[in-house]
Design a protein around this ligand. Sequence first.
Ligand SMILES: [Fe+2]
Ligand SMILES: [Fe+2]
Length: 198
Amino acid sequence: MVTETTQDHLEQVIQIAKGFYARKDRAHDLEHALRVREWCIKLAGAEGADVTVVELAALLHDIGRSGAVEKTHAESSAGLAVNILRKTGYSEEIIIKVKEAIIAHSREAGYEPETLEAKILYDADKLDFVGAIGLGRLFTLGGVQGWPLIGETSCESFYQDKIRGYHEHLFTKTASTFFEPLFKFMEEFWRELHTETI
Ligand SMILES: [Fe+2]
Ligand SMILES: [Fe+2]
């Protein structure tokens, strides 16, 4: 029974996750999960959270995006994560915490992040949607969805409706500190874009 992350077990989880992330949506691919993992490690260190739980939660948090349509992607990902972690040999204590974090990382399932680890995963996921990386992801997503740059149901409207709102809804102080300059960069980008729009 694995009670803490060994490199081997973590590597096994990454390899399994890779299969789930191998699809056309490059805004929610393995690279996104790996960046969220890095943010999680950083936030967990500053906030005093369980690093093993947030690392595993980050790696697996979006694996259910192409899963069953009757469930939200957070619920699908959480269910799949439980099976993967059991097979890999993690303890039930860790598995429950990872599940709680994944299920609450998106508001669509109606769960609020309650544990510190769930709050950190939520915040880390939002930090990957700001700054230059955030813009890159936004346009990648727009390409998949067929959104125009600006106007109705566009990359800009997604930014206005969703990403701007993250600003008000982060759970940890550490994440807010990192978020601020990345958010300002994005705001500046849209200002610049409108000066170029004829
Ligand atoms: Fe997600
Ligand atoms: Fe995500």
